[in-house]
Design a protein. Structure first.
Length: 165
């Protein structure tokens, strides 16, 4: 009976991870498709005093760094990262750690889809203060960043809990 409960619990966790990561990748894909169809390349639409919608293409990593390495490099790195995340998730972490890894996985898959499909990543969110602009990003980048921050806080918290016990 206990084995059946563990198996059922594992299936629920896999379903949760799949749902969150798929939702992120799907939202990323749809948002990029909408931007490409409605905003000309390099155009900008002001939404709020600190937010523009833009249409830019990123051939590099975050903030366009290492863009001279080529798409094959980033596709390979993406596959390795996704495999590492899935391997880590096979331990079936609990709670917030599982949620954070699901966000990271969905973000990695979202950007990988662009790299495989068109050889670059579509970015469209432009946050700025005055003349200073944060590099443009997308839904996948947001999920990756939020997931990494939550994961780091969970690890720090887990370290404190372990020290106290």
């Amino acid at each position: 009976m206990q084995t059946m409960l563990r198996s059922h619990n594992s299936l629920n966790k896999v379903a949760f991870i799949s749902a969150i990561s798929s939702l992120v990748a799907f939202a990323d894909y749809l948002s990029k498709k909408m931007i490409v169809s409605r905003v000309m390349l390099y155009d900008s639409i002001n939404i709020l005093p600190f937010l523009n919608i833009v249409h830019v293409e990123n051939k590099g990593a975050a903030f366009s760094i290492l863009s001279n390495l080529g798409n094959k490099y980033f596709v390979g790195i993406s596959f390795i990262a996704i495999a590492a995340i899935i391997l880590y998730l096979s331990r079936l972490p609990k709670g917030i750690e599982m949620f954070s890894l699901s966000l990271i996985l969905g973000g990695a898959v979202g950007n990988l889809i662009d790299r495989v499909r068109i050889g670059k990543v579509i970015d469209f969110i432009d946050v700025f203060v005055g003349e200073w602009h944060w590099p443009a990003f997308n839904v996948a980048d947001s999920a990756l960043t939020i997931g990494i921050i939550i994961f780091l806080f969970a690890q720090i918290r887990h370290g404190k809990d372990t020290k106290e016990n």
